[in-house]
Design a protein around this ligand. Structure first.
Ligand SMILES: C[S@@+](CC[C@H](N)C(=O)[O-])C[C@H]1O[C@@H](n2cnc3c(N)ncnc32)[C@H](O)[C@@H]1O
Length: 242
């Protein structure tokens, strides 16, 4: 009897805890959405602070890994778009769900005299033809990167030998107060810690048929976690090899 009561109390406590965590996730989701929308004008400043001024350099670490026709998911304020367009005008296309981010990106490209191939769209429904991209890239992606509809769309728009390039996080190498405060901010917002780890993190998701590999890129006193996904050749996927 006593055992049953203790167990019921524990179950109740677990349910309450789960409810609180879910509510916290909702509040965070709402706050991030505000940052991408009404407060998009503060985004670059916030990113600068939580990266010790390295954010743009972190974003640009993808450049050596992208090739051909490039689609950028969640292009945000457009720094990568500008670099891609400068490198090869007309070869990149960016999309973002937030009209505020699209406007900011377009302004940035216009000011640099570059074509602004940016569109407001969702990663769950890409406005592109099948097999029309050589690279799909996303830096510091939001929740959409865990969505199976986004995965299906990435597969659809990639050419047979296409690749996915992601920046999933970064680690700050100093151990001072600023680094500790930044790490605390990341943890409180349920994001990957920025403290250096000795072991590679397990890749947080799989994309069907895509071989994912992690690699670290050093940037100043930090290192950036890049994930590269490549489509497996058809014969590997079907297990049809002799
Ligand atoms: C953390 S920001 C990253 C922006 C930029 N890539 C960077 O590295 O600074 C995530 C971006 O993804 C966009 N986003 C979130 N969900 C999306 C979705 N389902 N489809 C398209 N864009 C989305 C947000 O509006 C925001 O601009």
């Amino acid at each position: 009897m006593r055992h049953a009561r203790t167990s019921a109390r524990r179950t109740g406590a677990c349910l309450i805890l789960r409810g609180v965590l879910n509510a916290y996730r909702h509040v965070l989701g709402w706050a991030f959405e505000r940052l991408y929308r009404e407060f998009a004008w503060t985004y670059d400043g916030v990113a600068w602070v939580v990266s010790r001024g390295l954010w743009r350099r972190w974003v640009l670490t993808v450049l050596p890994h992208v090739r051909g026709r490039v689609l950028e998911l969640g292009s945000g304020p457009g720094h990568l778009q500008r670099a891609l367009q400068q490198r090869s005008p007309g070869s990149a296309f960016g999309l973002d769900r937030s009209p505020f981010m699209i406007a900011q990106g377009a302004r940035r490209l216009r000011r640099s005299g570059l074509p602004a191939s940016l569109v407001r769209a969702s990663t769950q429904q890409l406005p592109l033809q099948s097999a029309s991209c050589d690279t799909v890239v996303a830096t510091f992606p939001a929740e959409y990167i865990f969505d199976s509809r986004t995965h299906a769309e990435i597969r659809r728009v990639l050419a047979p030998d296409g690749r996915l390039v992601l920046v999933l996080g970064a680690e700050l190498l100093g151990g001072g107060l600023p680094e500790r405060l930044i790490d605390l901010a990341y943890r409180l917002t349920l994001q990957r810690s920025t403290r250096p780890t000795a072991v590679d993190p397990p890749l947080p998701f799989m994309i069907a048929g895509m071989r994912l590999r992690a690699l670290w890129e050093s940037v100043g006193r930090s290192r950036v976690l890049l994930v590269i996904g490549e489509l497996e050749p058809l014969e590997d996927r079907d297990g049809a090899r002799p």
